[in-house]
Design a protein around this ligand. Structure first.
Ligand code: SF4
Length: 351
């Protein structure tokens, strides 16, 4: 099955593919891995400036491994899905400890590292080491689902297995680096999720979706679930020196390891009582002088929507705190730490 599919794709890539992405020059394992992790949930144009800044700060695996988690998270802040940054850091440390300071060229060893799944491991092997290894990221799933007219949702185990088989059959024995980039590029720029440009596609002749006019239906959607909603009060306590009280979030879970405002879960959109707040203030070691509710806003996580009710409180001089998990930060100090994007915006603009 491979030659017509891959040959058509490679011919198209020579003319229309992306040949000047920063991770292509030079294409070292470290640079390819970093790009693959950043690209997992983020588009190329968004990734490029983050990628370049990250590489300036951490030019090699050993620089990343020896950095603090705060330094890594502050470079990552804004890209979202922060578990990727935590895994990147841990992965760099494991490569220093177990793999002589490099990413291994072995599927099983790569998949054993944090944050690297089957497709990412294959992309590293193909792009950094020139090995014949099939990838199956979201773009490739879309192209293959449409080309082969696969009617069921790719998240189902058997459909996923079928897509892997097809991905392997299409992967050529030569020009693996270019083919891997080509199929990613085709999914990103031609076989887009909405309004694919079938007239410009090199696969148009054999494509089931094109022949049947079913591009909008494939890949099939996941069964619909309603997104749960949660509410939380975020306390923006400021002292007379203009410093804000922040707490470091636990290492796992949403915004894991980042600094954020103290948070009180609410049962619903109801305001907390005076008693709730005074107990909480006592636990935080603050004495409120005056308070003001700021406009509510929401933030969508992949599995729920968080309604945020910010409360700004002017406090007497903040007391001493357990410094590894909480602290008072001046506006200048806020610039140097990893903050979730909605929290950084709230602290900057008040909304
Ligand atoms: S012909 Fe259209 S639907 Fe089929 S692979 Fe190409 S862009 Fe996608």
């Amino acid at each position: 099955m491979s030659p017509p599919f891959s040959a058509a794709l490679l011919r198209w890539f020579d003319k229309h593919g992306r040949h000047d992405l920063p991770w292509q020059h030079p294409r070292t394992p470290y640079r390819v891995w970093l790009a693959e992790i950043m690209l997992q949930q983020t588009q190329v144009q968004t990734v490029i400036p983050y990628y370049q800044r990250f590489l300036e700060r951490f030019p090699g695996l050993s620089d990343l491994a020896s950095a603090t988690m705060d330094e890594v998270l502050s470079q990552w802040a804004g890209l979202g899905y922060y578990s990727r940054a935590r895994n990147l850091h841990r992965c760099a440390q494991l490569c220093m400890e177990k793999h002589e300071g490099s990413l291994p060229n072995d599927q099983a060893l790569l998949e054993a590292l944090p944050g690297i799944g089957r497709s990412t491991a294959a992309a590293i092997r193909a792009q950094a080491y020139g090995e014949r290894a099939a990838i199956l990221d979201g773009n490739v799933k879309r192209v293959l689902s449409r080309f082969h007219g696969i009617d069921r949702w790719p998240g189902l185990t058997e459909v996923n297995a079928q897509l892997w088989t097809l991905a392997e059959e299409h992967t050529p024995h030569e020009r693996i680096v270019d083919y891997t980039q080509a199929i990613m590029d085709l999914g990103a720029s031609v076989c887009r999720r909405r309004q694919p440009s079938c007239e410009a596609c090199p696969l148009t002749d054999g494509c089931q979706a094109r022949q049947l006019g079913r591009q909008a239906e494939w890949p099939a959607r996941a069964p619909r679930k309603t997104r749960p909603e949660r509410h939380a009060l975020l306390l923006w306590a400021r002292d007379s020196r203009g410093r804000s009280l922040l707490q470091r979030r636990p290492p796992t879970g949403i915004w894991g390891g980042l600094w954020s405002l103290p948070e009180l879960s609410l049962a619903a959109a109801d305001a907390p009582t005076e008693v709730d707040l005074s107990i909480w203030y006592h636990e935080l070691g603050i004495q409120a002088l005056e308070s003001k509710a700021l406009p509510n806003f929401h933030h969508d996580f992949s599995h729920f929507r968080l309604h945020i009710h910010p409360l700004q409180v002017l406090v007497k001089e903040g007391g001493s705190l357990a410094e590894d998990t909480s602290g008072w930060f001046s506006p200048e100090e806020l610039e140097a730490i990893g903050l979730p994007r909605p929290i950084a915006r709230l602290l900057r603009t008040g909304s």
